[in-house]
Design a binder for this molecule. Structure first.
Ligand SMILES: Cc1cc2nc3c(=O)[nH]c(=O)nc-3n(C[C@H](O)[C@H](O)[C@H](O)COP(=O)(O)OP(=O)(O)OC[C@H]3O[C@@H](n4cnc5c(N)ncnc54)[C@H](O)[C@@H]3O)c2cc1C
Length: 406
């Protein structure tokens, strides 16, 4: 039997950030991932300015990524192209970095910092009779740890053992992506088309994206929220094909370079800590319900978990829960309520006109779409969030009662 200070289950951005920070701080760290080294992750590959700030904090060079200066939002015939704001906590640029390469860069940095890695190894938490997590079972071996970090992405077997599943009646998302060749692969803007329609013409709460990777390819995808009517019957492949038809001429897109692949976007969790463990990234439900992005939150929550462990291993899980809650809970709760709101097609239609229709509101939409808003956000976006949180709190019971039946 072996022992580490920290065992991380999952080598995505959240797990790698935890491992980098903990190992650099002097902790002994093991990361296990059930996939082989160099695995891909179904993703839009978009890095918000917030994600760039987190990568800077981890000292990960972005030379291999394609720089992005802003967001182009499209709602029907309205097109609004806005630069990332900068000037605050986050830089004025984002990036597109295909996940196969981003995740390899991150986990290589963890290894360079001294973390041990085991690939093609499923890790499952070991829970003692008192409910405390004492280590993991991995590859037929029992490994003890002072802290087990669940960084396993959307809930699976490991999350079930910890009761860290998605909250059943909260919204979640599904998204699909592929790569295409396009002469516009060096475009410096992310493009989000907010007016998606399913094949029967029903407005879909979600968006279609073109995220140029600068390497000859563009990541094309669509995502939808579970609050829409007919969600269970929604065919993401058909939705993606319909979106590709919409952008075909403007982007001169070629055929899909790979089979389109879909994955889940968890937006809540029943619990994200307990004695001896914490959940980070998607495993903690840290995905923005308004845009499906979570790489930045994964990096931040991983760093926070590691820092708190280095400061005091015993109090780290409870303190992590408190600090993650203070940073994200209000915004994510508002986002989930917003997801119920736009599940109603007529609210979605009029909301979109407002969201992109005027410059002032579009600036706020930009901040929301860039994951730039949280409990520390000053200015208009922060105030709007607080007002929206109160307003939506009052409307929440009604929104849930009248939610579009699946
Ligand atoms: C189609 C799509 C598009 C998206 N686009 C964007 C975007 O453009 N920008 C953005 O910021 N976010 C985007 N997201 C969200 C983003 O992909 C996630 O928020 C991000 O990957 C979360 O990172 P993570 O480290 O928490 O989990 P993951 O990246 O999912 O990594 C989890 C890892 O855990 C491993 N694992 C799971 N269970 C076990 C186990 N029991 N034992 C060992 N290993 C295990 C998996 O193999 C995996 O490597 C998108 C998501 C989807 C589905």
């Amino acid at each position: 039997m072996s022992r580490y200070d920290v065992v991380v289950i999952g080598a995505g951005p959240a797990g790698a950030a935890t491992a980098i920070r903990a190992a650099r701080g002097g902790a002994s760290v093991l990361v296990v991932d059930q996939a082989p080294y160099g695995r891909d992750k179904v993703c839009g590959d978009g890095l918000t300015p917030r994600a760039v700030a987190a990568l800077d904090e981890l000292a990960i060079p972005l030379d291999d990524a394609h720089r992005i200066d802003g967001l182009r939002m499209i709602a029907g015939r309205q097109v609004r192209e806005l630069p990332w704001p900068g000037g605050g906590r986050f830089p004025a640029h984002g990036a597109v970095w295909p996940r196969r390469r981003l995740d390899a860069a991150l986990i290589d940095a963890a290894a360079a910092a001294g973390a041990e890695l085991r690939w093609q190894t499923e890790g499952l938490p070991v829970v003692d009779d008192d409910g405390a997590v004492t280590g993991v079972e991995a590859g037929g071996e029992r490994i003890d740890a002072d802290l087990v970090v669940l960084a396993a992405g959307a809930p699976g077997r490991a999350a079930r053992l910890l009761g860290a599943e998605r909250v059943a009646d909260e919204p979640f998302g599904l998204a699909i992506r592929a790569y295409v060749e396009s002469p516009r692969h060096t475009d410096r803007h992310l493009e989000a088309c907010l007016t998606l329609r399913d094949p029967s013409g029903v407005a879909v709460p979600g968006y279609g994206w073109m995220f140029p990777a600068g390497d000859g390819t563009v990541n094309i995808g669509v995502g939808a929220l579970s609050t829409m009517k007919g969600f269970k019957a929604l065919n993401l492949n058909t939705l993606l094909d319909a979106y590709r038809d919409v952008v075909r001429d403007a982007w001169s897109v070629g055929p899909y370079l790979d089979r389109p692949r879909a994955w889940r976007l968890p937006m809540s969790t029943v619990r994200r800590h307990g004695r001896g463990w914490v959940a980070v990234g998607d495993a903690a439900g840290l995905v923005n319900p308004m845009n499906g992005e979570g790489i930045d939150y994964g990096l931040e929550s991983g760093m926070l978990a590691a820092d708190l462990f280095l400061a005091d291993p015993t109090s780290a899980p409870a303190e992590y829960d408190r600090q993650v809650g203070a940073r994200f809970d209000e915004f994510l709760r508002t986002g989930r309520r917003f997801a119920f709101l736009i599940g109603h097609p007529w609210i979605l239609r009029s909301g979109l006109r407002v969201a992109v229709g005027t410059q002032a509101i579009a600036n706020i939409t930009l901040q929301v779409m860039g994951n730039l808003v949280d409990s520390d956000t000053p200015g208009a976006a922060g105030r709007v969030l607080t007002v929206a949180d109160r307003g939506l709190a009052a409307a929440d019971p009604l929104l849930r009662r009248t939610r579009a039946a699946a």
